[in-house]
Ligand binder design. Structure first.
Ligand code: NAI
Length: 332
């Protein structure tokens, strides 16, 4: 069986080759992002493997089906970038990796919080320039601070466990309440209460119609002055223009992003020798209290190994029984 792996980087090649060793699979790696321009590369493949910024809109899916592709194996948990109706209509099966390492993303979320809190990103540059002054590096104790977690799924729970260790008070909002979180002392509240009471707000929910631009002007208006906002979920959960307005007034005291609504034009590329074509993103970079990483929350050895192994498991199960281990189906 031939599988074309799009947006594949050196680390994908390494972990996928290891996971497929000894299996009768023909892996074809493409550095290109899957799009209408690149889809023809999948001619001859029975499956494509795609990542978070690959284009799986209806026109691309129709083209994949016409080329004879039968399986879209996502190497991500999120599947908001797939037109599931188009896949169902074209008879394509979609699979994903529901959980590879929630700890990877939770721990990266804490890294963003602690860096912004103690300004270690600024201290790093200062010390290297021989500047040992402490002005503007003042942080706060995590102990006793209220953290609001939006979405207590696998990542949200892992984050809650870490923050309990810091001595934080935890609020959460999620349509379904998790028993482990409740037992840890997490208090489920409605969103207005979470916005009003949290010193730090962290987004761990999926991007669905309900969460599109969940952080908008009205939500920011309700937040505590100087709130720290962290988004390691999906970019479009945050209205970037609203957040820039909040940063300018000081309502948002610190912003940590691992995801960005227009990230597909930027992330996973080296633009250091050209320029940043996105003026909104470039504006974000001018704030000293904004810390952005390029969708690396998942990027640990453990997670990459699990992603490759589960994806190969999805593909071999599909090859043998016509059903992947972790199918994604249309919501009822
Ligand atoms: P999960 O499916 O285990 O949990 C998601 C939780 O969000 C569920 O408890 C669900 O009930 C809740 N939820 C759904 N709609 C909501 C709403 N309107 N308001 C509040 N909560 C809502 O997913 P998991 O593994 O915890 O991942 C969460 C998200 O993190 C993924 O959907 C993905 O977008 C993102 N992610 C980011 C990564 C990164 O590298 N930065 C890597 C992996 C995932």
């Amino acid at each position: 069986m031939r599988i074309d792996i799009f947006s594949s980087k050196s680390y994908d090649i390494k972990f996928f080759k290891a996971a497929a060793a000894g299996k009768n699979l023909n892996l074809v790696f493409h550095d290109e992002r899957l799009s209408l321009n690149s889809v023809k590369l999948a001619g001859g493949a029975q499956a494509v493997c795609a990542f978070v910024n690959d284009d799986l809109s209806a026109p691309v899916i129709t083209e994949l089906a016409a080329l004879g592709v039968r399986l879209i194996a996502l190497r991500s948990a999120g599947f908001n970038h797939v037109d599931l109706s188009a896949a169902a209509e074209s008879g394509l099966v979609v699979a994903r990796v529901p959980a590879y390492s929630p700890h990877a993303v939770a721990e990266h979320t804490v890294a963003l919080i602690m860096t912004l809190n103690r300004n270690t990103h600024r201290a790093f540059n200062r010390v290297r320039e021989g500047n040992f002054k402490l002005e503007d590096l003042l942080g706060f104790d995590m102990r006793g601070k209220t953290v609001g977690i939006v979405g207590t799924g696998l990542i949200g729970i892992a984050l809650a466990r870490i923050l309990i260790g810091f001595g934080c008070k935890l609020l959460a909002h999620d349509p379904s309440h998790n028993a482990e979180c409740v037992a840890m002392g997490v208090r489920y509240v409605n969103l207005p209460e979470l916005w009003q009471q949290s010193d730090i707000i962290s987004l761990q929910c999926p991007l669905v119609p309900d969460t599109y631009h969940l952080i908008d002007d009205a939500a920011i208006e309700r937040m505590k002055p100087g709130v720290m906002l962290i988004n390691t979920s999906r970019g479009a959960v945050v209205d970037t223009q609203a957040v820039i307005r909040g940063l300018k007034t000081g309502k948002i005291g610190a912003l940590g992003l691992d995801v960005y609504e227009e990230e597909s034009e930027l992330f996973f590329k080296d633009l250091s020798a050209s320029y940043i074509p996105d003026d909104v993103f470039a504006r974000l970079l001018t704030f000293p209290n904004v810390l952005i990483t390029g969708h690396q929350g998942f990027f640990t050895t453990e997670a990459l190994r699990a992603i490759a192994e589960v994806t190969i498991g999805n593909i071999t199960s599909f090859a043998q029984n016509g059903v992947p281990l972790h199918p994604v189906s249309l919501p009822d």
